[in-house]
Design a protein around this ligand. Structure first.
Ligand code: ATP
Length: 238
């Protein structure tokens, strides 16, 4: 469909003999927040990495803004407007907070836009501007997560992929992070969110997909998934 920013068609991923992703289909419309839920090993991270060009696609297509990107190199995908904030954060620990943010913008040349976005992320997470000169490796887990999201945002993505932004961080910061996700989305960035915290993810999302052992087993509006008995039992703890 014309207003899909992303369309995944029959995506398959193999790691040697392991068939990790078994022919999934998924679409994201411009402006949406879409979440992928699923237990450990379901294939969520593999799906995100294949979109970002970090894991090879063995069969199927990934169409971003009308372009088939499944054979593109990762930097070309970032340049086209698709950025990922990875699980485990992967910030540069020996660079300062500020330098990490600058690294996020390294493929850009629009100085004014970079400055504006730098101010925007500082407003989103004021702690980051307070800690601008601090080495990123010395930040708390939650602060590193904020930095990872901000660094991905600094590439000025039209589609932002977030892998487990709430993993291992204090509950109070989880709220801050989900508020920021909503805010980034309201500023015009489309978001694909992978989360173990299914409740928080469904609260912020428009639609969701549920993955199990490499397949999509359910999908629909987030407001329906959050009321679904199977989802409640499997992912919402009641
Ligand atoms: P988690 O929430 O634990 O990260 P996930 O849903 O993101 O889980 P993936 O990390 O995508 O799941 O893993 C999907 C399957 O692929 C798992 O069976 C996993 O063991 C396997 N897998 C992932 N990465 C590799 C790899 N580099 N080599 C071999 N197998 C892998």
């Amino acid at each position: 469909m014309a207003n899909n920013i992303l369309a995944i068609k029959n995506l398959n991923i193999h790691y040697g003999a392991i068939h990790a992703i078994k022919g999934i289909n998924l679409t994201i419309k411009k402006g949406e927040v879409v979440t992928i839920l699923g237990s450990n090993g379901a294939g969520k991270t593999s799906t995100l990495k294949s979109i970002s060009g970090l894991v090879p696609v063995s069969k199927g297509e990934i169409i971003f803004n009308g372009d088939p990107i499944h054979k593109w190199k990762a930097h070309k995908i970032v340049k086209a407007g698709l950025a990922q904030s990875p699980e485990g954060r992967l910030i540069f620990p020996d660079l300062t907070v500020r330098e990490n943010l600058e690294m996020g913008a390294y493929l850009r040349s629009d100085k004014v836009g970079i400055k504006e976005d730098m101010e925007y992320v500082s407003g989103l997470f004021p702690i980051l501007s307070e800690r601008g000169k601090q080495l990123a490796g010395t930040l708390s887990g939650g602060e590193q997560q904020m930095l990872a999201i901000s660094r991905a945002y600094m590439s000025s993505p039209t589609l932002l992929l977030l892998d487990e932004p709430s993993l291992g961080i204090a509950p109070i910061l989880v709220q801050t992070i989900f508020k920021a996700i909503k805010e980034i989305n309201s500023r015009g960035t489309t978001i694909l969110l992978v989360e173990q915290n299914a409740f928080a993810a469904l609260k912020v999302a428009d639609r969701g997909y549920v993955m199990q052992t490499g397949e999509i087993v359910m999908s629909g509006p987030a407001s329906e998934l959050i009321e679904n008995d199977e989802i409640k039992k499997a992912y919402l703890g009641h």
